[in-house]
Write a protein that binds this ligand. Structure first.
Ligand code: ZN
Length: 286
């Protein structure tokens, strides 16, 4: 993939992180909830994400907080309130050293798959990264009787358990990249990862779109519109097709991201003071 994250200096990366918050909001991947983080480009033991703000209104560097990957504590002890679910992000950075961006979403297109118990599989060529099976994380198995059962991944213990679902059962305790790029979260949403912001946003976006396409296809198949036509199983990507499409996805994600940047720049709701300060250079991904 066209990952430039490790070689990117911090200010333009923070500007892109702010814009990515806006992109995810603009496309209904996040509302008042849900979040995106990045690993610090020069200190892999730190990750950065917005403080306790709705993603649409994140606008400047002071809206962002740095956290230690080790335990999710803020680098600056006087930092303001943060997201209680930042442990999703920290534990993924801890387990997968090649991951530089994490996105967590409560996508209303994806949630029905867990409620209905229907596997989320790639329905078209933009979702090959879903592979043949998307795992589901069920936090309820981890609860103690006295726990508040709110589904929030708000401890390192819960975060590590979620991160383990991105790896195959035989994977080592840490590795560069995960075996699975998306994990569903029962009664909650989904999380995806990337080597760059562009990778992760692409995967979040097309996990959401693929869920909509698949739901529409399943409804159409069960409708009366096809009367008189021989019914067959849903025509989903094969394993080989998913693998091939994933390669294509990873080569082209940056093009889509450039378009999404321009979309949110045209919407007055979204303010990125860092982009204004840096001008066009801050949004030049080359
Ligand atoms: Zn959540």
């Amino acid at each position: 993939m066209t990952s430039n994250h490790p070689a990117t200096s911090l200010p333009p990366l923070l500007s892109t992180l702010i814009t990515a918050n806006h992109i995810l909001h603009h496309h209904n991947l996040v509302d008042g909830y849900g979040h995106i983080s990045i690993r610090h480009p020069s200190n892999p033991a730190i990750y950065i994400m917005a403080g306790y703000l709705a993603p649409a209104v994140v606008s400047c560097a002071s809206d962002l907080i740095e956290y230690h990957v080790s335990d999710g504590s803020p680098v600056d002890p006087s930092a303001g309130k943060g997201y209680s679910e930042r442990f999703i992000h920290g534990e993924l950075y801890k387990r997968f050293t090649g991951i530089n961006c994490v996105i967590h979403s409560h996508s209303e297109a994806v949630l029905p798959f867990m409620i209905a118990g229907v596997p989320l599989r790639p329905a078209f060529h933009m979702a090959g990264f879903l592979g043949t099976a998307v795992p589901t994380f069920d936090i309820t198995a981890l609860y103690k009787p006295t726990d508040q059962k709110d589904m929030l991944v708000n401890t390192t213990h819960f975060g590590a358990a979620l991160a383990s679902h991105f790896a195959s059962p035989t994977a080592p305790a840490t590795s560069a990249l995960p075996d699975n790029l998306v994990v569903l979260m029962r009664h909650h949403g989904f999380t995806t990862v990337g080597e760059s912001i562009q990778d992760a946003v692409f995967r979040a976006m097309y996990t959401h779109i693929n869920a909509t396409v698949l739901t529409t296809a399943a409804n159409l198949k069960s409708s009366s519109l096809g009367d008189g036509v021989e019914r067959k199983e849903l025509d989903l990507l094969t394993k080989e097709e998913a693998a091939g499409c994933r390669v294509m996805n990873e080569k082209t994600a940056d093009k889509a991201f450039r378009g999404w940047i321009e979309e949110v720049r045209a919407v007055p709701l979204y303010i990125n003071e860092m982009a204004r300060e840096e001008g066009e250079r801050s949004l030049n991904l080359d």
